[in-house]
Ligand binder design. Structure first.
Ligand code: TYD
Length: 242
C-alpha cells in the first residue's frame, strides 16, 4: 500500500517537534511515533537537529565535539541556527509542501533553551535569530518531555556506560544549574503557547508516554482532515507561521 499523504492537507503536511533536556527520552518517543504513523500508512519524514542534511551533520560534529571546546556562546548559537536553516529549507519545507508528516528530534526551542537560557544569550534574542533562520516556520505540535535534572543525569550516565564509554558531549558535560535553566526555559515556551504543546512527565513509563503522544497526534490529524488545511484566503494554515 502506498504511504498516504495527510488527508485533507491539500499539499501541506504536519510538522511535529520533540523537545526536552538531554536524557529526557525524546528520541525514543520520536522514533515510536514515527513507527506507529508509518504502520498506519502515513508518509513520514523522520529527522533531527542539529543535522538532517549533509551540511547540518558537519555542523553537528563541529558544535558538539568536546575537542573544539570552548566555543563562545554566540558562535554556538549561529552554528545551530545555520544547521537549522539548511534543515528547514532543504528538507522540512519540501516535505511539508508534499503533504508529508515531518517529525523532528529537536527544533527552535532547543536553541532558545540551551543557548538563550543555558548560555545566557537571552531567550528573545535567540528566538528572533531562529525566526529568521527558519523563515518563521513553527511546528503544529511540540511534544515536550519534561524531566527533573537528577533523573536526566542518571539516564545519561547509564546511556554512556551502555554505549561503551563514548563520553558526554559538550552540552552533557555542563553542570546541573545549566540543565535546570534549560528545563525552565522549555517549560516557559510551552506555557506561553499551550495550544501548540503537549507537555509530558518524562518519568512515566515509555509505553504510556507513547500512547499519550499518539492520542494527541491522532487528534491533530483528524482536526486537519475535517477542517481542510487551508486558511479562508487559500494560504496554507499548517506548518504554521505566526
Ligand atoms: P544529541 O546527541 O542529539 O542529544 P539528544 O539526544 O539529547 O538530542 O545532541 C544534541 C545536543 O545539542 C543536545 O545537548 C542539545 C544541544 N542543542 C543545542 O544546544 N541547541 C540546539 O539548537 C540544538 C538543536 C541542540
Amino acid at each position: 500500500m502506498p504511504a498516504a499523504a495527510v488527508p485533507g492537507a491539500r499539499g501541506r503536511g504536519v510538522f511535529i517537534a520533540f523537545e526536552g533536556g538531554d536524557g529526557s527520552g525524546k528520541s525514543t518517543q520520536a522514533r515510536l511515533l514515527v513507527e506507529r504513523l508509518r504502520a498506519a500508512g502515513h508518509d513520514v519524514l523522520q529527522t533531527r537537529e542539529p543535522g538532517g542534511t549533509e551540511i547540518g551533520e558537519r555542523l553537528r560534529a563541529l558544535v558538539l565535539d568536546p575537542q573544539y571546546a570552548p566555543v563562545d556562546a554566540v558562535t554556538e548559537a549561529l552554528l545551530f541556527a545555520a544547521s537549522r536553516s539548511a534543515h528547514v529549507r532543504q528538507l522540512v519545507e519540501p516535505a511539508l509542501a508534499a503533504g508529508r508528516i515531518v517529525v523532528t528530534d529537536r527544533y527552535v526551542d532547543s536553541s532558545v533553551a540551551y543557548q538563550g537560557a543555558g548560555r545566557d544569550l537571552g531567550t528573545g534574542t535567540v528566538a528572533r535569530l531562529n525566526d529568521w533562520a527558519t523563515n518563521g516556520l513553527h511546528p503544529d505540535l511540540t511534544v515536550l518531555l519534561d524531566v527533573d535534572t537528577a533523573t536526566a543525569a542518571a539516564r545519561r550516565t547509564a546511556r554512556e556506560q551502555s554505549a561503551g564509554g563514548a563520553g558526554p558531549d559538550r552540552m552533557e558535560s555542563e553542570p546541573e544549574a545549566f540543565h535546570e535553566r534549560i528545563r525552565r526555559a522549555f517549560a516557559e515556551r510551552a506555557a506561553a503557547d499551550p495550544g501548540r504543546y503537549l507537555v509530558l512527565d518524562a518519568a512515566r513509563p515509555v509505553g504510556e508516554l507513547a500512547e499519550a503522544v499518539l492520542e494527541r497526534v491522532t487528534a491533530l490529524l483528524e482536526g486537519r482532515e475535517s477542517s481542510g488545511a487551508m486558511a479562508p484566503d487559500g494560504t496554507p494554515s499548517a506548518g504554521s507561521r505566526p
